[in-house]
Every structure is written in C-alpha cells, then in structure tokens.
Design a protein around this ligand. Structure first.
Ligand SMILES: [Zn+2]
Ligand SMILES: [Zn+2]
Length: 405
C-alpha cells in the first residue's frame, strides 16, 4: 500500500501531459457536435466509449436521461469516496467564432464551456486511472445532463448518485470568462445565487380606453407593482444581503385604445441566502395583494424555486485552493472577490455533501473578458490540462486529509 502523501505533483503533471493532446481533440469533437439539455445522446455515448477504455467499475449510462456515472476504485485502504462532476449540455445559440472546429449543428453551440468541462473530467479519469495504485479511496465520476435548463444534478441525486458507495465530498469547476487564462478563483461560503423565477398575471377588467371608470385597468397596477418591487428589496431586505429582483418581461394589451383585461409580468429573483430566498415570495405577494386591492383588481402568482444557492464548504475549498497552488503556483490562484448572482446546479451537490466549486479562467487578459452564452464565446485549450491537474491533486489531497472522518 502506498501513502497518498507520496503522490507528487510532478507525477500528476507528467500523467496529465500524456493525455493533454487527446483531451484537446475530445473537446474539439464535442464542440463540433453540441447537444441541448437532455438531448446529450452522442455526448454521453462518447463519454461512455472513453470511460470503457479505463479500469472503472459501475459504468452506468442513462442516469436521469443522458447522465453517465462510473466509479474508480482505489487500493481500498480508505473507505471514502469523492465525486467529480462535469456538465455536458450546450445552448440554443448560432456560433460565430470562425474556429476550424465550430459547431456543425445549426443554432446550437457550446457557448458556456461545458464541452471543456466534459473533456477535463475525461482527462482526470484517465490520469487517476493511470495512478490508481496510489489512490487509497474511490472516485465517482459524474457527467450530468441539462445544467442550463432543468438542473440535471438534482435528478441524478434523486436517482442515487450520492450513494453506492456513499459520497463524502464533491468537487466541480467552471471555465470562466471573467478570470484570466489559467488562473483559479475559489471562494468559501456562497459562490453563486439561487436563480428563482416568477410569473404574475395582474388581473383587471378591460374596456374602452376613454371609459376607464367602467374598467379595472391592469396597466397602472402593473406599473405600481414594478415600482414597489424595487422599494421592497431596498426597504425590507437586510442591506448586507444580496438580492436581485428583475422584471424582464411585460406583456399588455393589443391596441392603443383598448384597456386590456390582464398584464403579464415575468422575471427572476437571485439570492445567496436560503432564509432570505424563502422570504421573498411572501413579500412579493404582499405587494400584489395591496396594489391590486387598491385598484379593485386581483392577481395570480406562479413562483418557482429553481437551483439553491451554491455554498462552498470551507474545508473542501481550502483543500482545492492548496491543490491549485501546488499545481499552478500561488500567483495563479486567488480568492473570488465576491459571489455572483448567476445560478449553477452544482449547488444541489454542494447542498448534499461538503463540496467546492471553483472557476478556471479563460479570459485572454484581465481586461479582455470572454462572454458566456454569446456566439463568440471561446475557450483557450491550454487551460484544460490545468483543470485536470487541479482536480487530480485535489483527489489525492482529499484522501491525505482527515476531512469527514
Ligand atoms: Zn451557462
Ligand atoms: Zn455553465
């Protein structure tokens, strides 16, 4: 039996260098053939084909649709299991990068970097397989569908990916356009927001525009509601808590001289704190009740909680930070200044087990940012090896740590 502490970073980097070219080719292939959420059939088939070449057990396709999982068993001296996760879905965007390996699917593009995440995790699987004699515990590899839409992570957890064997910790990464190329950003505690959504029907009574007194006009009600929402966040929420409430869609009326029956308001609420998150729908309802009450109208509110806030575990985050410093050098590792209000369904893993999610930079420079979900989004292939090495170093360090014992 080998002491995991003896797994040196040069050995990890050497094993990573051996697979780098293949991982880049896999990434280009995935980029050419992007698939939307829950349609990741070819992607999952490729993942399966690659995993089948490795000494893994329990290679399971079809988890919550197109998800794939596999287990790399270590030498058995440590009963713990760490989970590594990648997402596989693309977006309904027409690519405009001019890259030689641009998307061959009209209107579909890997514009968030999930092709890179999938390739990095395949690379990590190759490296860990190569070094498995030195691996004391097990590594569960999770390739999930539908991060961009429905939250494939939640479905996979419901189907049992955190059991058999029981998962003790989880690590994931996102290639990130606002961090310089090859730099890792970590953050303990809240990292990303809960992206909840609402749809409101403001209900009045339509009629002739010249006879408002015979109608209940939903348009001024909607206007008052939108105004009140901003005051609500400013006055009823602790100013030290982060909340965004954006009304993004407004639909009313069909003619300049007809008061409509209803107005539709749709938008999103972003929060970092679960308690605050749960309080917001009640506050929204207070505004709706009051405003529609004054005008004699009514309302219908559909409020749906989507991904939870992504909250990183301090101990696992510290472990990932140290692993990144080891692999990349301390000058390429920094703390994220603040959380951001985007959502990420890795949050479901982080809610269930001690976890850490980190950013791996792809921006050409501090000023020259790469926009996600944009037709010109692009990844620098040189960072793929960095992602692989940081994940593998984190795995070995996890088994060398007393965490969760
Ligand atoms: Zn995205
Ligand atoms: Zn993403």
């Amino acid at each position: 039996m080998t002491n995991p502490g003896t797994m040196t970073t040069p050995t990890i980097l050497e094993a990573t260098a051996k697979v780098e070219q293949k991982v880049i080719e896999l990434r280009h292939h995935l980029h050419r053939h992007p698939e939307l959420s829950f349609q990741e059939e070819q992607t999952a088939a490729l993942v399966q084909r690659e995993l089948a070449l490795l000494p893994l057990s329990d290679l399971t396709p079809g988890v919550y649709g197109t998800g794939v999982t596999a287990l790399l068993q270590g030498n058995g001296s440590d009963p713990r299991t760490i989970l590594l996760r990648a997402d596989m879905d693309a977006l309904p965007i027409q690519e405009d990068t001019g890259l030689p390996f641009s998307s061959e699917v009209p209107g579909v593009m890997h514009a968030c970097g999930h092709d890179g995440h999938t390739a990095i995790l395949l690379g990590a699987a190759m490296v860990l397989s190569e070094l498995r004699a030195h691996l004391p515990g097990s590594v569960k590899l999770v390739f999930q569908p539908a991060e961009e839409t429905e939250g494939g992570a939640e479905g996979m957890i419901r189907e049992g990916v955190l059991e058999n064997p029981h998962v003790d910790a989880a690590v994931g990464l996102h290639l990130w356009g606002s961090v310089p190329r090859g730099v890792v950003e970590y953050r303990s505690g809240p990292l990303m927001a809960a992206p909840d959504v609402f749809s409101i029907r403001v209900i009045g009574k339509g009629g002739h525009a010249a006879l408002p007194h015979q109608c209940i006009d939903p348009v001024p009600m909607a206007a008052a509601i939108i105004q009140q929402f901003q005051t609500l966040i400013a006055r009823r929420v602790d100013p030290l808590e982060s909340v965004v409430l954006s009304v993004c869609r407004l639909e009313a009326g069909t003619a300049f001289n007809v008061i409509p029956d209803e107005v539709l308001l749709e938008g999103t609420v972003r929060t970092l704190n679960q308690e605050v998150r749960e309080a917001i729908p009640g506050m929204i309802e207070d505004v709706l009740r009051q405003v529609t009450g004054i005008h004699g109208g009514s309302y219908h509110l559909d409020y749906s909680f989507r991904y939870p806030p992504l909250v990183n575990d301090p101990a696992i985050t510290d472990l990932v930070r140290k692993a990144a410093e080891d692999v990349l050098g301390a000058d390429r590792v920094r703390k994220a200044k603040q959380p951001n209000m985007g959502g990420e369904d890795f949050a479901y893993f982080a809610r269930a087990v001690p976890s850490s999610f980190f950013y791996l930079g792809i921006a050409p420079s501090e000023e020259d940012l790469v926009r996600h979900h944009h037709p010109t989004f692009r990844i620098d292939d040189t960072v793929l090896k960095d992602g692989i090495a940081v994940l593998c170093r984190s795995v070995f360090d996890f088994f060398a740590s007393p965490l969760a014992e």
